[in-house]
Ligand binder design. Sequence first.
Ligand SMILES: Nc1nc2c(c(=O)[nH]1)N[C@H]1C(S)=C(S)[C@@H](COP(=O)(O)O)O[C@H]1N2
Ligand SMILES: [Mo]
Length: 213
Amino acid sequence: MSKERYIAAKQKWAEKQKAAGVSARAVASADRLPPGQKLTTGFPVLDLGVQPDIPLNEWTLTIDGMVEKPVSLSWEAFNALPQVVDVSDFHCVTTWSKYDCRWSGVAFTTLYELAQPTPEAKFVYFTSYDGYSTNVPLAQCLDDDVLIATSFDNAPVTREHGGPARVIIPKLYAWKGAKFVKTITFLAEDKLGFWEVRGYSNTADPWTEDRYA
Ligand SMILES: Nc1nc2c(c(=O)[nH]1)N[C@H]1C(S)=C(S)[C@@H](COP(=O)(O)O)O[C@H]1N2
Ligand SMILES: [Mo]
């Protein structure tokens, strides 16, 4: 299927789910598995039909927008930053969840300290090598389980799962975590990302089934 048809199909699905009344629930689940989710032991791959091939010597991570110190990090410079490990559960809006994903890489807060966002910065907009984008309030990016992961289960993040580096924001549906991340932009005003402009919720809370806007 072509990339455009695939995206159109997914968008249609989101519209259908919304029309069927699948929307935010008033009560959050107390279980480990968020409401409406099914546990998977595999690891499905979700993308836009493109898995960009980025040679490590050409890879950069740029941090820009409302920051005192914009920076463009090479693969070497990025990996020289302090490393963290975080084990978290992964929840995709298409109703599968995966427990105990062991990610390691660089904490979002490390990049925050490096680039020094100005007081006006309130939102973060992520852009990827495949043309994907997504947006998250800055406050949620500063949680200690948010990281830019370069390894999964003690091996480099594979290309299909968003390598060389992908964003992990465990408390939100997984579309808020950009695979193949290229740029992190700090913004004063919110700006909707790829799925957010196509009917997905802007807030994306798995615990209240906050799937579609
Ligand atoms: N760059 C990019 N990031 C992305 C996506 C994408 O298509 N492109 N899909 C999102 C969605 S909908 C999900 S569920 C997860 C899927 O990650 P996985 O393929 O490793 O399961 O990545 C998210 N990040
Ligand atoms: Mo997803």
